[in-house]
Design a protein around this ligand. Structure first.
Ligand code: NAD
Ligand code: UD1
Length: 324
């Protein structure tokens, strides 16, 4: 693919996996990241690639030079910690709302017609409709969810007003290689994998019957790239459409890692939703995309990357849905 794309947040968990696949497909890639939660460790295996460049910068400071020759922007940079967004909503707005507005304005000035934005299931809040369609009610429970929703609306407006062809992806619970388990609110799978590797207890908050729609990061990367290559626009849920309970997840992690960990249940987390799962028909029918990594398969691949050098096995993690 002889095109140049900018990936904001490309040194983070999802962004660095996206960059791997873009490079595999022949793209010229520029990463713009302030390294606030991302790390050059996530992209170090690609830094010698002549088709990759790296700009260390805040999305609020993007300049015309950064966008020279760029055909499209994958906008993933964000503050992703929900608890931090409640503690400091102004900073959340600066990055997650104003930052997105700045990306859009700079793109408009540069004549770039396509921004692909990673929004979140957090826009829905504690929705009654499960599995959840894109049209379900939106009552976000945090500034993070609210700013993701408001930013998605900006992209939609830029389509209407400026003739852009932007895409808004509402990602459900993404997991896989390079997810950082280090803070108390890191994604549950990264924590379970870390504890299982040390034969430590896996702690489930609540009765273990709560569900999530866990989607493997390489399937997410494939959906983003397909959306660009097929030039679709609009808002799409990105998830598997299957619910996995926390009890099932914990047992599967122990199974695939061969761990001696036991499972303990502790008090449920305050204010959290019980069921979460999306209806992904819209994206499937628009793209022919198949999020076909089962939870067991995804956990096995993730485990492999923790056990061996990631770059040697990165291709294993990528299902070739793009070429279907
Ligand atoms: P991450 O923290 O690993 O990645 C975010 C990246 O953005 C990091 O590399 C960070 O350094 C960078 N960044 C943060 N603020 C920045 C700024 N002001 N300027 C430039 N770069 C900045 O998180 P992730 O899980 O990879 O999330 C990627 C995107 O996907 C985010 O937009 C997030 O909201 C969205 N998302 C993730 C999930 C999930 O399950 N992980 C679910 C829904 C949505
Ligand atoms: C996720 C997102 C959040 C978003 C929300 C919207 C992540 C990290 N968080 O929250 O940004 O607002 O979706 O739908 O992706 N759990 C345990 N033990 C643990 C950790 C978690 O049992 O050690 C449980 C939680 O109580 C929860 C489930 O695992 O029931 C998933 O938790 P988590 O990975 O933190 O994500 P969400 O709460 O779904």
């Amino acid at each position: 693919m002889n095109r140049t794309v900018l990936v904001t947040g490309g040194a983070g968990f999802i962004g660095s996996n996206l960059v791997d696949v873009l490079l595999e497909r022949g793209y010229q890639v520029s990463i713009l990241d302030d390294l606030s939660t991302g790390s050059t460790r996530n992209i170090s295996h690609n830094l010698g690639n002549p088709r990759l460049s790296f700009i260390e910068k805040d999305i609020n400071d993007i300049s015309p030079v950064d966008l020279q020759g760029v055909d499209a922007v994958f906008h993933l940079a964000a503050r992703v910690n929900v608890v931090d967004s409640i503690a400091d909503p102004m900073e959340d707005a600066r990055v997650n709302y104003n930052g997105t507005l700045n990306v859009l304005e700079r793109c408009r000035e540069a004549g770039i017609k396509k921004v692909l934005f990673t929004s979140s299931a957090a826009v829905y809040g504690d929705v009654e409709e499960v599995p959840t369609t894109e049209d379900a009610s939106k009552e976000p429970l945090s500034p993070y969810g609210n700013h993701k929703y408001a930013s998605g609306n900006l992209l939609r407006l830029y389509n209407q007003i400026h003739g852009m062809k932007n895409v808004i992806f509402r990602l459900f619970n993404v997991y896989g290689p390079r997810q950082d388990p280090s803070n108390p609110y890191s994604g549950v799978i990264s924590k379970f994998m870390e504890w299982a590797s040390k034969d430590q207890e896996l702690t489930i908050f609540g009765d273990g019957g709560q569900t999530r729609d866990f989607v493997y990061v390489k399937d997410v990367a494939a959906s983003l790239i397909m959306a660009y290559e097929k030039d679709i626009e609009g808002t799409f849920n990105v998830g598997t459409g299957s619910e996995t309970s926390l009890d099932h997840l914990a047992n599967t992690v122990i199974d695939v890692t061969g761990s001696k960990s036991s499972i303990v249940h502790r008090e449920k987390r305050a204010g959290e939703i019980y069921r979460s799962c999306c209806l992904n028909k819209k994206l499937k029918s628009s793209l022919g995309w198949a999020p076909d990594t089962s939870i067991k398969e995804g956990l096995s691949k993730y485990h492999l990357t923790l056990t061996f050098n990631y770059t040697r096995v990165s291709k294993l993690g990528y299902r070739d849905t793009l070429d279907k």
